[in-house]
Design a protein around this ligand. Sequence first.
Ligand code: S3P
Length: 430
Amino acid sequence: MERITIEPSGALQGTLRVPGDKSISHRALMLSALAPEHTEIYGLLMGEDVLATRAAMIALGAGISEPEDGYCVVDGVGLYGLLAPLEHLDMGNSGTAMRLLAGILAGQRFEATLFGDESLTRRPMRRVIDPLTAMGASITGDDGRPPLVVRPAGDGLRGINYTPPVASAQVKSCVVLAGLYAKGTTRVTETLPTRDHTERMLAAFGAPLEVDGETVIVRGGGQIHTPGRIDVPGDISSAAFWLVAASVIPGSDLRLEGVGMNPRRTGILGLLERMGGAITITNEREVCGEPVADLRVRHARLRGIDIGAADVPAAIDEFPVLFVAAALAEGTTVLSGAEELRAKESDRIAVMAKGLAAMGANLEERPDGIRIEGGSLRQAAVDAAEDHRCAMALLIAGAAAAGAEVHDTENIRTSYPDFLAHAKAVGLRP
Ligand code: S3P
């Protein structure tokens, strides 16, 4: 088990380019593998989650060069050109890889098994098994959890109209990808909007897809074609650690370049702004159908806020580090409607509550959220429970306060392999 010690830190200074967006990197590899041509990908995240998707798409017949500095070339096989894998497909720690790939595999004429690490094996898969079964797929889990065995559907898939019971881009994407292979039309309607990277990228690949309000409509039996080149923007979920660190550490003034600004991902900016954060957005542009900008963040006195269910999807991965901001703010922060946080790589409410409480935070864990009284934090040894985002959030808490020793940090490699190098580059002392 890896552990990282971090010292209290002075102001954060300088400029960072955060790694490629994890969600977009998975989708870039999957869709490029399904297009019948070559696709060049720039800015791919070199994290273990994305490398699991790369290995799976290679096992399914695609050619994908060894990524170097985020650049790779994908030799796609076409929507109907995937081959039966010789071995079970290892999705590592990645829920996105497993759930999206389940949708693609449901449309194939061969059997495949998806498995993952201990954390992934605990995660709920009924949310994809149910709609895929309704489409006619043959897919089984182990009491609703991985491994997932996907067998060829007898009569093939048929389109459905589906409203996911949880706000989940992974579920939406799974059903939409299966819809590419279904007879007729598949419609997925969301009650709360979640990230739409799949829809945007499928449009760039010329897929038979429309978006009407909160409904994604996909026609089966079509074709897709590569846009030739994909530029993956920086991951706002990785930028979030620096947005919070610079906000809470006096004297900080940091620039973050090329950050993805998909409006369904920028919840952290709105929440920090409501807390009194000083973030400015410049150089807004669009790259491959996704908005991108540069951010400047300066230290500010943050105050507590109320956060409700409607705020959750656009900041779903940023709550561990937002809890750190709340613990160091003035006043009380109350989060509700966020029970989904308990079904992530770890139970993020429990893991962060335990860690921040050990550092002296005054908080109360709730079934669907948390109440945090802002104040100061003291030095402590804390456990990230092998959750990459909790590990990085607790390290930021340590840097911003009296230091920390964070245990079980190895999964930082899944989403942000350069995290410690970047921490040192902006002046932190891990
Ligand atoms: C993701 C969607 C989110 C997010 C995850 C990545 C995606 O999960 O938490 O890290 O790439 O679609 P849900 O859609 O299940 O909430």
